[in-house]
Design a protein around this ligand. Sequence first.
Ligand code: ADP
Length: 190
Amino acid sequence: MLNIVLFGPPGAGKGTQSQLLIDQYHLMHLSTGDILRGEIAQGTELGLKAKSIMDRGDLIPDEVVISMIRSILEKNLNAKGFIFDGFPRTTTQAESLDEMLDELNTSISTMLSLDVDDDELTKRLLERGKSSGRADDANESIIRNRIQEYNNKTAPLKEFYTQQNKLQSIEGVGSIDAINAKLCEAIDQL
Ligand code: ADP
């Protein structure tokens, strides 16, 4: 299996690049943000609980997102591989993911980290907010909170995957196609 953690701060372009990679490598896209927004749209109990947390730009509790991922992995044992987008976001999530994949006799192949500076991220997210309808993109202080959550809780995962010799950093500024080409190059040399 080819299992990729597509990593980076909010607004780094993980969703856009995932869409290209799933077609190019026939992988399944697993975006916890998309799954949670789906729950909100359907008005499920989980969605109702998640909405206020997401609207503030805080992280959803680990056990909630871990059990979401577990149930999807268990239903897709025949997949060629997965792109994890927006997961893991904490060390606890990363440790659980390793355990879950180990139980399925597979593992993370690589972490591809898209690097973009904070000012560029804020600019992109405010721009996206004009059309996305996402409450968490609408206001600069919420965006700053999301970036801060990323810097405090999520960025340390680079060290986690460095220790496993899996981190590959990619400059996330440039055209969509140029960034895609760099990601493909990193995947193809695995
Ligand atoms: P972005 O990368 O632009 O922040 P996402 O769609 O990945 O967008 O995430 C949106 C929100 O969903 C996050 O701010 C957080 O509240 C919640 N969320 C998504 N994935 C996770 C996760 N793995 N752990 C905790 N919260 C998450």
